[in-house]
Design a protein around this ligand. Structure first.
Ligand code: AMP
Length: 176
């Protein structure tokens, strides 16, 4: 079985969560499989060209699960992008529109430095709104978007198209 097939088999589809009409891709069974999880980290790491990425920024909260092990394996910093109000030190924030209402994300102000090449990581790419907000936050601090990595791409939503203006280096291990 290919890695892609193994991930596809492990992901649990939960219909109508968190609301009617959404097919939620539950990655918790993937996390219960340590062998598969290690293979996933190795695969992500192999896609990063040496010297091209200075830090990994993981998006709360499922972006932390693989983001941090990838950063450790590469020997580079891991940056937390969180919902407003969670980080203890001085933060920079970015507000963005959702289908209904708005959301705000933050990171510590001393994490991204000018000219730093940051790879944005999350578990899943849907419309791209969250990854774009993360990219804007990184750019506000003078960072460059070195690329994106996702475990899952809901390709039918065409989120990747919107990310291309920040970076065309978009890795996803499975796509639907
Ligand atoms: P978006 O901003 O639309 O690209 O949504 C991406 C964020 O929402 C990620 O942090 C995902 O974890 C979460 N998400 C969106 N849709 C789903 C889905 N169908 N299954 C699991 N997570 C999702």
């Amino acid at each position: 079985m290919t890695l892609q097939e193994k991930i596809d088999k492990a992901i649990r589809n939960v219909p109508n969560f968190p609301k009617e009409g959404i097919m939620f891709k539950d990655i918790t069974p993937v996390l219960e499989d340590a062998v598969l999880s290690s293979e996933i980290v190795k695969e992500f790491v192999s896609k990063v060209e040496k010297g091209e990425v200075d830090a990994i920024a993981g998006i709360e909260s499922r972006g932390f699960l693989f983001g941090f092990p990838i950063a450790m394996a590469l020997g580079i910093p891991f940056i937390l992008i969180r919902k407003t109000g969670k980080l203890p030190y001085k933060t920079v924030s970015y507000k963005y529109d959702l289908e209904y209402g708005s959301a705000e994300i933050e990171m510590h102000e001393d994490t991204v430095t000018k000219g730093m090449n940051v790879l944005v990581h999350d578990d899943l790419l849907a419309t791209g709104g969250t990854a774009i907000a993360a990219s804007e936050l990184i750019k506000m601090q003078g960072g460059n978007i070195a690329g994106y990595s996702f475990l899952v791409d809901l390709a039918f939503l065409e989120g990747a198209e919107k990310l291309k203006k920040y970076s065309t280096k978009i890795t996803s291990l499975v796509s639907y």
